[in-house]
Each structure stands twice: as structure tokens, then as C-alpha cells.
Design a protein around this ligand. Structure first.
Ligand SMILES: Cc1cc2nc3c(=O)[nH]c(=O)nc-3n(C[C@H](O)[C@H](O)[C@H](O)COP(=O)(O)OP(=O)(O)OC[C@H]3O[C@@H](n4cnc5c(N)ncnc54)[C@H](O)[C@@H]3O)c2cc1C
Length: 381
């Protein structure tokens, strides 16, 4: 494949083996029970994968191509379980990025490093019941008090939310300032006033934990306001949210690949009219169309990751990667269902799970419409 180096090849080889030996055998059960896979999560931390994005001096892996390697991690995990991969993606990037960038020594010691080791679980909460795509209209309020801030409000759809030890919460210090008034606050979930409203039940990415959160006069010390000292910390954190779109695209590529591989095997095994259904041209064409969509998704996603490794502005490419990969791979899963006939609908085959899970990359980190808005601005519209 075009974007490989010795480092990325070796990285993929090792994580692929772990996925086959450890995650794949448990993926169905995790989907059925919807339980957070604590043991596997800790294992991923012990093996060092949660430090993929960070330099060695910060406690990370010190890789030459961190974005490409993290993209590989997301893809490989997602070909077994998008739900598990989504939790790891959150921990290894969104939930830890601003701690690494702006956290002081206390934050690094108590949250960032334990998170990289898989000992503490992190989350990132911006979405609210009435503020999704329009994040700047969020209502969770941060009010200055002696030695820190008091948070009041509520969040929804927070990944890792019911199991998190710490959560980076986006709150407004002044609603009139809209996006410019948004700041990031690191909340320890043992703090008085914090509670989990409920764990949300889903039809997709079941073993990814999704929560509703309540903040009732939650005290956040001054040093837990994550800010680099110049302007709104949310706007400054935007670059990390941009990069996350590539990782969400990689989740799509992973599940698309799983559906493609399963379908290719199935149509060679399944006999009808005295021959394998893969001998019928209609089925062959569908399988080839799946490959075309998957390869396009894969190539563009790794193109965007490679640009990120070269420190290029990836605003346009990351949004395009998410559009191309999420939508192509959702179609790949849909076509795999067709190739399976009635058995595709049965829970004993994973195809229905792949199709259900393929909805997540189209929404997580921003919908396809919002990605199109971002690209439209980038091309001057
Ligand atoms: C499983 C899961 C996990 C998630 N994890 C997290 C998390 O960890 N942390 C977090 O903060 N959030 C998380 N989210 C929230 C996610 O980012 C939002 O769901 C997403 O941004 C969309 O917001 P919404 O659901 O409120 O949809 P809405 O914003 O209400 O959108 C509804 C529809 O209107 C369209 N629309 C809205 N505005 C526009 C516009 N300006 N132009 C064109 N179309 C528009 C949308 O595309 C969509 O089709 C998660 C969501 C899911 C499903």
C-alpha cells in the first residue's frame, strides 16, 4: 500500500495481531451486552497504543508518523468492533490532546499519563440536548468563583461518559460571546455536583459508552481550565477536533473492510442454482463496487493522515475524508447485507452489526452536512 513505511508496517502488524487474538473473539458479545470492555481497554494502554499520538518526552510512543499510526489503530480496531475503537479513539486523541497541550504538571501526573497507560478513562463533552451541530449555542455555564470556576448545565451523547475518571467539558463563560466565550474545563468525575444522568441505549456501536451528564455547581480549580492564554480555548482546541475527523474516517474504513472481507468469503461459499452466488454477475459487480468504494475511502483517509503528519493544514481534507469514508463504507456495509440475502439479517452473522455500526462515523464528530459546510467554506462558498 502506498503510504507505508517500516514504522507504519510494523505498527499495523502488531495491532492487527492483537485485534485478531483479543478483540475479534469478544466483539459479538460486547455488542450484545453493550458493556464497556475495561480489561481490553487497560490492555491497549499497557501495550502503549494510547500514547500513539504523543512524543516520547511527554510519555507517548514518539513515532515519526503519529497521525498515520493512530489512523491505523482506529482502522484495525474498527474492523473488529467500531464501538471499542470509538472509545479508544476518544481516549487516545480528543480526551487527551488538550491535556498534553495545556495541562500543567499536576494534570499531566494525575490525568494525562494515567490515561496513556489505560489506568484512567477520559471523555470530551461538548454536545448538549439543544446544541449539537450548533455547538456555539451551548448553555453549560462556567461562573468565576474564588480559586476556580463553578459549572452548571448538562451534556448528552458523551462517549466514555459513564465510565470516565475525567471529562473535558466545554462551557460558556459568556453566552453573548458565542464561540469566543467557550472554554475547556477538566472535571474530575469524583467532584461533588457531577453525576451521570443516564447511560443511553443505542442501536449502533453498542459497547461504546454513551452518557447524559449533569453538572450542578461543580467546582473546577483554576489550573483545570485548559487554556494557552490566548483567546477562547475551544477555538484553540479546534485543530484537535479537526484531526479527529480523520480518525472517525478510519473507523469507517475498518468496518467497511470487515464487511467487504466477510461478503467476499460468503459469496464464494453460498451455493444457489448449483453454483456459488459469487458466480452470478450481479453479485460480482456488487462486490467490485464495494471494493471501489472501500479503496477510495482508504486512500483518501490515509492521504489526509499523511498530510497531518507533514503538519499541513488539513481542514478541507479531514472533512472530505470523513464524508468519503463514512458514506462509502456505509454503502459497502449495505451492499454486504444484500450479498448475504436473508442470513444478513440474522444476528449469528456480523453483517447486521457492521451495518448498524457504520452509521456512527456519519454522525460522530459532526454530521455529513456539517462536513459539507466546512468544505464549502474552504472552497470559497
Ligand atoms: C454515538 C455517538 C457518540 C457521540 N460522542 C460524542 C462525544 O463524545 N462528545 C460530544 O460532545 N458529542 C458526541 N456526539 C454528538 C455528535 O457530535 C452530534 O450528535 C452531532 O454533532 C450532531 O448533533 P445533533 O445530534 O444534535 O444533530 P443536529 O445538530 O440536531 O442535526 C439534525 C440534522 O440537521 C442537520 N443540520 C444541522 N445544522 C445544519 C446546518 N447548519 N446545515 C445543514 N444541516 C444541518 C444535521 O446534519 C442533521 O441531519 C456523539 C454522537 C453519537 C451518536
Amino acid at each position: 500500500m502506498m503510504f507505508e513505511t517500516d514504522e507504519t508496517r510494523e505498527y499495523r502488524h502488531h495491532i492487527a495481531r492483537w485485534v485478531d487474538e483479543r478483540l475479534k473473539p469478544q466483539a459479538e458479545a460486547l455488542d450484545r451486552t453493550g458493556e464497556f470492555a475495561f480489561e481490553l481497554f487497560r490492555e491497549i494502554g499497557e501495550l502503549g497504543y494510547l500514547g500513539t499520538m504523543y512524543p516520547q518526552e511527554a510519555g507517548g510512543s514518539g513515532l515519526d508518523n503519529p497521525y498515520t499510526c493512530f489512523t491505523i489503530l482506529c482502522e484495525e480496531l474498527a474492523r473488529a468492533s467500531v464501538g471499542f475503537a470509538a472509545g479508544v479513539c476518544m481516549q487516545g486523541s480528543t480526551a487527551t490532546h488538550t491535556l498534553h497541550a495545556w495541562g500543567d504538571a499536576e494534570i499531566k501526573k494525575n490525568y494525562f499519563l494515567p490515561a496513556l497507560r489505560g489506568e484512567k478513562i477520559g471523555a470530551f463533552a461538548i454536545t448538549e440536548p439543544n446544541a449539537g451541530s450548533d455547538a456555539a449555542s451551548l448553555k453549560t455555564k462556567a461562573t468565576k468563583t474564588e480559586g476556580g470556576w463553578l459549572l452548571n448545565g448538562g451534556k448528552v451523547f458523551t462517549s466514555n461518559g459513564t465510565v470516565a475518571d475525567f471529562i473535558t467539558v466545554v462551557a460558556t463563560t459568556d453566552p453573548a460571546l458565542k464561540a469566543k466565550g467557550l472554554e475547556l474545563f477538566l472535571v474530575d468525575t469524583t467532584t461533588t455536583g457531577f453525576s451521570v444522568g443516564r447511560k443511553l441505549e443505542k442501536f449502533s456501536v453498542n459497547c461504546s459508552d454513551t452518557a447524559e451528564l449533569v453538572f450542578d455547581n461543580v467546582f473546577v480549580p483554576d489550573n483545570h481550565r485548559l487554556n494557552n492564554g490566548s483567546g477562547s480555548s475551544f477555538l484553540n482546541a479546534y485543530q484537535s477536533l479537526t484531526v479527529d475527523r480523520i480518525f472517525t474516517a478510519a473507523l469507517a474504513v475498518g468496518v467497511g473492510r470487515a464487511a467487504y472481507d466477510a461478503s467476499l468469503q460468503y459469496i464464494q461459499d453460498r451455493q444457489q442454482f448449483g453454483q456459488a452466488v459469487g458466480k452470478f454477475q450481479a453479485v460480482q459487480f456488487r462486490q467490485v463496487d464495494m471494493l471501489a468504494k472501500l479503496e477510495t475511502a482508504r486512500l483518501y483517509t490515509y492521504h489526509a493522515a499523511q498530510l497531518a503528519d507533514q503538519s499541513k493544514d488539513i481542514t478541507r481534507e479531514a472533512a472530505l475524508a470523513k464524508i468519503i469514508a463514512a458514506e462509502n463504507c456505509h454503502e459497502v456495509c449495505h451492499m454486504a447485507m444484500q450479498n448475504y440475502g436473508g442470513w444478513g439479517l440474522m444476528n449469528e452473522f456480523p453483517i447486521q452489526r457492521f451495518l448498524r455500526d457504520s452509521y456512527f462515523p456519519m454522525v460522530g464528530g459532526g454530521t455529513g452536512d456539517i462536513m459539507r459546510l466546512i468544505v464549502a467554506r474552504q472552497i470559497g462558498l
